[in-house]
Write a protein that binds this ligand. Sequence first.
Ligand code: PGA
Length: 251
Amino acid sequence: MSRRALIAGNWKMHTTVMDACHLAADIARLCADVPDRDVLLAPPFTVLSEVSHVIRDSAVIVGSQNVCWEAKGAFTGEISPVMVKDAGGAAAIVGHSERRQIFHEDDALINKRVRGSLKFDLLTILCVGETLEEREENNTFAVIEGQIRQGLAGVDAVHMGKVVIAYEPVWAIGTGKTASKEQAQEVHAFIRKLIETMYEKTIAEQLRILYGGSVKQDNVDALMAQQDIDGALVGGAALDAESFGRIIHFR
Ligand code: PGA
């Protein structure tokens, strides 16, 4: 089963308008010759429109780093799926570990975001991952299973074509520590099996599962060669066009 690879750059809380336009333009140029894979940029809300504009003639798509479940209303500090689309976005990241850890977003809240994002037809990247403590206590699979079951609660099979799961071990994010390709593959295979149990085999086979956590130009090839790794969610290395360009051109 061949799945189309997806390389996503999560810019987190970085870039002014000018930085973002330059970075997006450089990345769009570097993507021009990679027809068989998808590239997604998730810049801060403040530059979604500008980045969408800059990449409009390229194959790159744009998404937000979080999303609310309502189209509009009294939700101070939030962005709605309608606003993401209005700004030219087609995707949203939900449940990133920084949202979970720093802003205490729990699985129930993340599930509302996932369902809201899907309701408005955004490509929805649900992030899951265990902490170092959870891994050391041999709880990795239980934690991942809980986050996926709760994150996807109430999501029908018909919407699964718009779901992407990103496995990002918390201990590997921004730390320079990458999960070994074997550690990542093991969890990815587990996630695919779990999705088969929750839905059906074809849905599991078509699901794209990204790895995230210190993905760099020197480890991307080995990670991408794993059977169940279908792409990468890249933080730090996505802020440098040359590094991200090399990651997009993984072999
Ligand atoms: P990193 O971040 O590549 O800087 O580890 C990944 C992420 O948080 O999505």
